[in-house]
Design a binder for this molecule. Structure first.
Ligand code: GLA
Length: 407
């Protein structure tokens, strides 16, 4: 992936940017000054678009902990909000071909909704292990570890209190070519049954190419397993605007990991060719979603839906396109690039229209899709899958980019 570095240097100079937006902060020292949320944000929203990051108060947790929101903008009028509760993407506003803005990420506008509706994982960083671990158990170095089961017989997304429910420490980033926020979390040895004290860092950055880049790193003091991902749901027509069945998906994968009825991989890889999972050629998400297919029925027994791990052809090469989804009506497109071996493409099969999101949106069945860059589900129990073991003292890293078009 190439990226140009024409990053508005004149505006990026602190004084100029701050004068334009009235909101720019670049270091912890200025955080207090930026806490007057509403006035600062409206001033920023009216200013000429440019690369900037500002911090404001989002909401408080039930026990009174302040949750911060980091507002990233670029010169194309794109804006991303990251909150410290679950290190989540709370909103992504992108213009369409005609400059019309829409928030394309499903989210809530308060912490209570994120807690009460924990199981949808809107925008969250997922850990310690994204996706499922069969039977809530795995063996490592000859020892058996037991995890809380929160998805039928299995453990999903790190257990009952995963990283999505944690308040992360945060500070703003300004690299010159990008702005963002760095979030850190310390997960003590034994958390949710996983071994090792684990220190995790997630860096979100936005640049003027409309790349929202997520860099993850983690270190443990004991051998452990790890599979981090982000669970943002996209609806390129705008969150709450209906379903995504007309949006056209391409997934650069010849194979997927077939599942059993509890959504655990069988351990085999299967070609997508001739199945409703074939998105090699761009295909509307809804085109084959009702096909009479056993795998689809496991993923969503009633109405049809995708919830599978595709084996990416990119083989860890972040320069190769892993997936692309386009909304033909607005022209908005998201592309994903990643160094991970797989992607979970999930069509919000568990949403049923009873949820109200941010902006009062109703979020219904198929109201969004996820592209969760990841290692394959249940890898700790699948010796033939790429390993998710993190050795004591070694560094886990991941980079995934969501690029939005038109620029
Ligand atoms: C992942 C899973 C889905 C579902 C969602 C959260 O995408 O694969 O089955 O659990 O998370 O609702």
């Amino acid at each position: 992936m190439t990226s140009t570095s024409d990053s508005h240097h004149s505006l990026r100079g602190l004084g100029a940017a701050a004068a334009l937006a009235g909101t720019l902060i670049v270091g912890p020292a200025s955080a207090a000054a930026a806490n007057d949320a509403s006035t600062d944000r409206s001033a920023g929203d009216n200013a000429a678009p440019h690369l900037a990051v500002s911090e404001s108060d989002f909401d408080k947790t039930p026990n009174g902990q302040q949750i911060a929101r980091y507002h990233l903008t670029n010169r194309n009028g794109m804006a991303v909000d990251i909150i410290t509760f679950g290190a989540r993407i709370q909103s992504i506003t992108v213009p369409d071909e005609n400059g019309k803005q829409a928030d394309v990420a499903l989210g809530f506008d308060n912490v209570k909704d994120y807690i009460d509706n924990q199981s949808v994982y809107f925008g969250a960083i997922i850990g310690r292990y994204g996706n499922r671990i069969a039977g809530g158990t795995f063996k490592l170095d000859g020892k058996t570890y037991n995890l809380p089961k929160n998805n039928g017989p299995n453990t999903l997304h790190g257990g009952t209190q995963g990283f999505d429910q944690k308040v992360w420490a945060a500070s703003p980033i300004d690299t010159g070519n990008a702005v963002g926020v760095e979030l850190t979390h310390f997960s003590p040895d034994g958390t949710m049954g996983f071994p090792g004290n684990l220190a995790v860092t997630v860096r979100y950055t936005l640049d003027n190419n409309n790349d929202l880049r997520i860099r993850y790193s983690a270190v443990s003091d004991k051998d452990t397993v790890i599979n981090l991902t982000n669970h943002v749901y996209f609806n390129l027509a705008g969150a709450g605007s209906g379903d995504v069945l007309d949006q056209v998906a391409m997934i650069n994968a010849d194979q997927f990991t077939p599942i059993d009825k509890t959504l655990i991989p069988t351990g085999k890889l299967k070609p997508v060719k001739g199945t409703p999972l074939d998105f090699i050629t761009p295909t509307p998400i809804g085109k084959n979603i009702h096909a009479d297919n056993q795998q689809l029925k496991y993923a969503e027994p009633k109405q049809g839906g995708y919830d599978f791990n595709w084996v990416l052809n990119t083989k860890g090469n972040i320069d190769d396109l892993a997936a692309r989804v386009t909304d033909p009506k607005s022209g908005r497109t998201v592309e994903m690039y990643t160094d991970q071996p797989g992607v979970q493409f999930y069509t919000s099969n568990f949403l049923d229209g009873s949820l109200k999101g941010a902006h009062g949106n109703t979020l219904g069945h198929w109201g969004g899709f996820t592209l969760e860059a990841q290692h394959y589900p249940d890898s700790p129990n699948q010796p033939d899958f790429p390993s998710t073991t993190l050795k004591a003292g070694e560094k886990y890293t991941q980079t995934t980019v969501y690029r939005f078009l038109p620029e």
